[in-house]
Design a protein around this ligand. Structure first.
Ligand code: ATP
Length: 350
């Protein structure tokens, strides 16, 4: 398995820059998720690593070896695409065997390695079926077997779960993760689905308009987003405009929040980010800082939590309260006045 280094990678199409001087290190055996909205440059980056697209400038290296000018078939990357891309005229065995045949691996070894790869994706019994005789989830597992059978230097997955229904997405996702961990595969996983990325990756790379907004572990990115874009893109977030005054944040409408200020936060703060699940409902006379009066506008039962949109002097605030805490009749209702309480540690300065 290779360590992948991407240095100052740039791709332009005419006057449009799809990837802007992107730097990224993917450690050996690590699963990195490239995450971002449509058109932010994820697929372009992945395809440059695979060798399907030539970069305008920059460098890609596997284990320190510069592969930037190497054709894709010499890079030894395993690829899985959204649309499976299996050969319809080949059965499962020969779909998986294809890459080994191209590499002129002896037939007896091909048989053993394909058998092992199919066993890994729980499809040992399906070798003689054709792609049209398989479900979407099974086809994607064949594609996965085909990618891993060549013992790739890097496994590249481009939205591999997007064509599957919600339940199957979770089970194939878990399969990919355990297979990747067992084999210690260095993996780059492209997705626009933040829940998918958070649940599968060792580290997330949040991209926006061809650049990296933030790189970090899922928990770090969720709890400590560095930019408004990241706070808003990963999970739900309330963003209040305003300015910092010492260890307070004062909103545009004059509400003062006590915040805990980490050392690295500069004075150039323009927003306060608060996750909806970090807000509690209190009584007006409860002790503690950061009380905000508001009126409930909408109530949506989501399942594990109930979402309230509360109109305050600082605009609408989303609040998520665990549903199991109260029965329906005990829950707040639209039109009711509530006092929101927000602990200083829940306030993130941006
Ligand atoms: P999605 O999630 O929709 O696949 P993405 O983040 O993978 O999005 P890319 O496919 O990498 O995005 O595309 C990045 C940008 O580059 C887009 O704005 C796209 O329109 C543009 N782009 C991609 N390929 C070309 C091309 N061959 N010519 C011109 N522009 C292109």
């Amino acid at each position: 398995m290779a360590h992948v280094s991407i240095e100052r990678l740039r791709k332009t199409y005419g006057s449009f820059t799809a990837v802007k001087d992107l730097d990224l290190e993917v450690r050996q055996g690590e699963l990195i998720a490239l995450l971002g909205p449509s058109g932010c440059g994820k697929t372009t980056t992945l395809r440059i690593v695979a060798g399907f697209i030539t970069a305008t400038s920059g460098r890609v290296a596997f284990d320190g070896r510069n592969v930037t000018a190497l054709p894709s078939h010499k890079r030894n990357c395993g690829m899985v695409f959204q649309n499976y891309a299996l050969f319809p005229h080949l059965d499962v065995f020969h779909n998986v065997a294809y890459g080994l045949e191209m590499r002129r691996v002896p037939p007896s070894e091909i048989k053993a390695r394909v058998g092992e790869a199919l066993a890994r994706v729980h499809l040992s019994e399906f070798g003689s079926r054709y792609p049209r005789q398989l479900s979407g989830g099974q086809q994607q597992r064949v594609a996965l077997a085909r990618a891993i059978v060549i013992k790739p230097a890097v496994l590249l997955l481009d939205e591999p779960l997007s064509n599957l229904d919600a339940k199957l997405r979770v089970s194939v996702r878990n399969e990919i993760r355990s297979l990747q961990q067992e084999a210690g595969l260095t993996t780059i996983f492209v997705t626009h689905d933040q829940e998918e990325a958070v649940s599968i990756a060792d580290r997330l790379v949040v991209m926006n308009k061809g650049t990296v907004e933030q790189i970090g572990g899922p928990r770090e990115i969720y709890d400590h987003p560095r930019t408004r874009f990241v706070a808003d893109f990963i999970g739900r977030c309330n963003l209040l405009e305003g300015r910092r005054e010492g260890s307070s944040f004062v909103t545009a409408s004059g509400t003062r929040f006590a915040v805990s200020v980490p050392d690295q936060v500069s004075q150039a703060v323009t927003a306060l980010a608060i996750r909806p699940e970090r807000i509690k409902c209190a009584t007006a006379d409860d002790p503690g800082p950061n009380k905000l009066q508001g009126t409930i506008e909408t109530v949506s039962f989501i399942g594990p939590y109930t979402e309230f949109s509360v109109r305050t002097a600082d605009g609408p605030i989303l609040v998520h309260l665990p549903s199991h805490d109260r029965t329906d009749s005990e829950l707040f209702a639209a039109g009711q006045t509530v006092t929101l309480a927000i602990r200083p540690e829940a306030c993130r300065l941006l």
